[in-house]
Design a protein around this ligand. Sequence first.
Ligand code: SF4
Ligand code: SF4
Ligand code: SF4
Ligand code: FES
Length: 974
Amino acid sequence: MLQINDPIPDTDYGTPASESTQAVTLTIDGVEVTAPAGTSVMRAAIEAGVQVPKLCATDSLEAFGSCRLCLVEIEGRRGTPASCTTPIEAGMKVHTQSPKLARLRRGVMELYISDHPLDCLTCSANGDCELQDMAGAVGLREVRYGYTGANHLAATKDESNPYFTYDASKCIVCNRCVRACEETQGTFALTISGRGFESRVSPGMDEPFMDSECVSCGACVQACPTATLQEKSVISLGMPTKAVQTTCAYCGVGCGFKAEVKGDEVVRMTPWKDGKANEGHSCVKGRFAWGYATHKDRITKPMIRASIDEPWQEVSWEAAISHAASEFKRLQAKYGRNSIGGITSSRCTNEETYLVQKLVRAAFGNNNVDTCARVCHSPTGYGLGQTYGTSAGTQTFKSIAHTDVVVVIGANPASAHPVFASRMKRRLRQGARLIVVDPRRTEMVDGPHVKADFHLQLTPGTNVAIINALAHVVMTEGLADEAFIAERCDDKSFREWREFVSRPENSPEAFEAATGVPAGQVRGAARLYATGSATGTAADLAGKARPNGAIYYGLGVTEHAQGSTMVIGIANLAMATGNVGREGVGVNPLRGQNNVQGSCDMGSFPHELPGYRHISGEAVRKLFDEAWGVTLQSEPGLRIPNMFDAAVHGDFKGLYCQGEDIVQSDPDTQHVAHALQSMECVVVQDIFLNETAKYAHVFLPGSSFLEKDGTFTNAERRISRVRKVMEPLSGVGDWEATVLLSNALGYPMSYAHPEEIMREIAALTPTFAGVSYEKIDRLGSVQWPCNDQTAEAGTDIMHVDHFVRGKGRFLLTQYVPSDEKVTSKFPLILTTGRILSQYNVGAQTRRTPNSMWHDEDVLEIHPHDAEERGIRHRDWVGIESRAGTTVLRAELTERVQPGVVYTTFHFPESGANVITTDSSDWATNCPEYKVTAVQVTPVAQPSSWQRAYADFDAEQQRFLADARHTAPATAGGK
Ligand code: SF4
Ligand code: SF4
Ligand code: SF4
Ligand code: FES
């Protein structure tokens, strides 16, 4: 086994744990052992400390029984059964060691080794190879067959994947990779081709990995017991010497990882087996795309300049902080206390985010703080808060293992939340039913071994019509859970809502023209969700347990003019069918960024203090006034779009923006740029010169997640540790920079470590009162609410006996068509989304080999729409909306329906947000990214915005390069 310094080493028990509650007692090598029924003999032995040799078994996969190395003897049974495929029985007497077993095992190993390159000492897996370990374990000293017979030693390597190699000469055909791809990942990209001696692992139709269906999740690499499938980073850097448990900094799944390092260099990221969000699995981003952290584009020295038309000047931290503070003070003296504000980052830790909002409220003295959730899940906060009393998902990811009917609305987890998608697909392969509500034919609709029962392929902007129509069917066909409603929900609001959704105008038939979805499909889907059958009736439900229906939704729900209405509609439907408050059900927003849940929890919104307490509440303000020694403003501050508008009007003059690229990610790019240009001091703290930093006057170098201590909170409300693997490249951590700025502004902050910040959060926030680093270190993670009224590890399922607000509240959800209407000038609807290999604005993933999968944003267009316009595959097309124009390549595909076009926004030069408009959610201002009326035409050159962008970018890059070349030798450092 690999000997590395790992404070929480993993044990491979050979086969998965049994979930049975029935105990079985047997003896293994004379020792009495008790384990749950259904446990394999192998697992029972390893749990009892008895090592059984194995090669084809690993505890993340079902037993396969092919290598015959794990043979045991069982008294009273003939032969030597494989311990991995033999379940324990009461009274069984197992022997794992005997001369006969030793002889058989050596024979097996001899066959493997005779067809294996004998290059152990120079092999990149030396010390981390189970074949090598097993040869030692069975005492193999010589190979009787010699090494000169038929073998695979000359097999060629497949180096096509940027992150791992496939060296067929080392393959022992154990099938673990094939099973990992099927069972763990759910992609089914690998097969064993050929028979007997000819059998080999093969991606797809004997293609290179990069040409196959493989999504580079790495599960096969992790499962491979030899160096056949191996990370290229291990081959080039050698084996790691130390492991540090931390949390992925990409998406809201929040996968636990072990960063395996050598010195302070990361060698590989291994998904953490005990990570509760991912249980040992990962996607291509978390496992492989960490190279950006040490990319040459990282900026590690603070910089200032008087105007964005001037070159940057590298300065010391003291000079940068003092310049920013004096500018902010000058602006407040000249334009008033409310003329500046801050934006917290959903990529930074809870502790860092907490400090930025504290700085705004206590040091700036106003509530002008907001976060990127404004542009993604703010409607979730509003909608779930209004109906259930708390603004977060109701379940754990694992809960889906108990779901009978899965509903996915406006989300493509296979691209944006891949590890959760693998869990979902596993449940679907076990027989759960699936309803997808999405304008696009995503891979959730029709993928390997997964097919949706219903795909409600609605016109973008008609979500509320669909949710009302589903509710209409439930209520008018008697499919509601009356007992749940009577016990758990507010009666008056229910009766009003029932009357509302039962009206004929809310029927599937009435909405058919608006949504484009046949009424029969909506009726079938509603029956399936409520009864478990597409033809289910009220009579079918009588006297039976209702099926577990769980709704998962994404930005396709929230990023609409009626985003909040739709979240309320989803919450209503789940309550009406009794699908809240137990395993397998619930309402689950799939949060985008790694810590978007946490940044909202930490009080990043202008109207809320940490723990979602309204700033107007006197008692809560008093608590913070006393703790922070200030008098907080009682009125909510400006939201991000209000900051932009105020800047353009000349009232908002300074911004501290930590780890957020508002120029690329927010709608109507030209308006955002205009707003920033109207400000006198923009301070950007980031790891790269992002699009926003090009408009900045002060640049503070940020840290990657590998350089941080702190916590992230995922979409399950799970708080996990982020642990430092290397020191901040700039010498100053993100939280330390905020402290320096606050002190320079005259509001003293003093913390020795992020743990002290978490102590302050816990002391001031009832839902976090039980959270501490000590507890997270001990339990692995905790889920808020976590205090003395919850279990020690917090709350896994919300609203179990009652809703957080008491009775669940139904609210009316009137469908209002979007103002973004198609016209003869703009006859198509543009909707936007993400792709697996890239992440958000792409600043990190574009600086990794992930760009090999997706190196430009393209416009998906239906072949009919393309033909009408004379557009061919890969042609350049202009996309024009009332906000602006950009140019992308066309991709002709039937994934989109006629009348709808789609793109991603991972590359700044694409200008996807040049065309999105200022239309936004009525309750929260979340932009309506998902509905923009556009026209698409063939063009020959980039748009005028793109040409201007290219010039501006070139100039800003030159300013940066000049600063680096002319930096004084003393710049940087604290
Ligand atoms: S990397 Fe993932 S998707 Fe690709 S073959 Fe391996 S397990 Fe399958
Ligand atoms: S590639 Fe590795 S995991 Fe797959 S069959 Fe070969 S040895 Fe086993
Ligand atoms: S699913 Fe999300 S959290 Fe997990 S490895 Fe991928 S990007 Fe990271
Ligand atoms: S480990 Fe049991 S047969 Fe391979």
